[in-house]
Design a protein around this ligand. Structure first.
Ligand code: KIV
Length: 281
């Protein structure tokens, strides 16, 4: 929710689109209902990202994430939130084959979860797909720059736009997805001058992740900022809390108390229905 507007009901896609060049859009990833509940009052946008494959399921990349996983987590985030606009990622292999395949997957996700829009990774090569979806009632958030689903073709999770060739490609991808009708675009892992140039060149909001303050909004993986995922931490992550350590400490204390019979105490046990009388059951 922006500092200037407190409104009832979910932030809509057109409202987000209209935030271009205004106060920054706040976005975080969410995968579960309780986390969505916590994030909802602070965020304009909740992204059910396919990063859940790595963060929740312990996978090495996002490539094995399925449509069913995205639907289930999308439903949970919708149940846990009531204000933020919820966007769900199209997982690898569920949209690249054809624009028709993309529509089938996207419409299924929209219908099953009730989310407002889908996100897909790709630039100019997916412009036709983006146009096909948006013309048929599926709002699309694009994702350019570092695209985790292309980890194998990119040879790792590599930042983009640090040389002339990838800078040019990232800018032309941004222009292509905006022209195709995307309502916003995630720009991941690129340098400030490129992010700035993109943000100035297109008329839809840019949501940066590792792409500097020049973007119209920011997104990060919630578990990264809370210290709940530590397999690796990208350079662009700022850690705002260390909840992983708090979990270890709390669970360690519970384990000690169980082993030493300090837990449970009377306070955590049921009393008898009538004082002193215990009937055989
Ligand atoms: O999958 C994801 O969570 C994402 C964000 C990190 C932008 O795509």
């Amino acid at each position: 929710m922006s500092a200037t507007s407190k409104k009832m009901g979910r932030t809509s896609v057109p409202e987000l689109r209209a935030r271009k060049g205004k106060d920054p859009i706040v976005c975080l990833t969410a995968y579960t209902a309780p986390m969505a509940q916590r994030l909802d009052e602070h965020c304009d946008l909740l992204l059910v990202g396919d990063s859940l494959g790595m963060v929740v399921y312990g996978m090495e990349s996002t490539l094995a994430v399925t449509v069913d996983m995205m639907v289930n987590h999308g439903k949970a985030v919708m149940r846990g939130s009531k204000n933020a606009c919820v966007v769900v990622d199209l997982p690898f292999g569920s949209y690249q084959e054809s624009k028709e395949q993309a529509f089938r997957t996207a419409s299924h996700i929209l219908a099953e979860t009730g989310c407002a829009a889908v996100k897909l990774e790709g630039g100019a090569e997916l412009a036709e797909t983006i146009e096909f979806l948006t013309m048929r009632g599926v709002p699309v958030m694009a994702h350019i720059g570092l695209m985790p689903q292309q980890v194998n073709t990119m040879g790792g999770f590599k930042s983009q736009g640090r040389d002339e060739e990838t800078a040019r490609k990232t800018l032309s991808d941004a222009k292509a997805v905006a022209k195709a009708g995307a309502f916003s675009v995630v720009v991941e892992g690129t340098v400030e001058p490129v992010a700035r140039q993109i943000t100035e060149a297109i008329d839809i909001p840019t949501i940066g992740i590792g792409a500097s303050v020049a973007c119209d909004g920011q997104v990060l993986v919630t578990e990264d900022i809370l210290g709940l995922f530590s397999d690796f931490t990208p350079k662009f992550v700022k850690r705002y809390a260390n909840l992983g350590d708090a979990v270890s400490e709390a669970v360690g204390q519970y384990a000690d108390e169980v082993r030493t019979r300090q837990f449970p105490t009377d306070e955590h046990c049921f009393g008898l229905a009538k004082k002193g009388k215990l009937r055989a059951v």
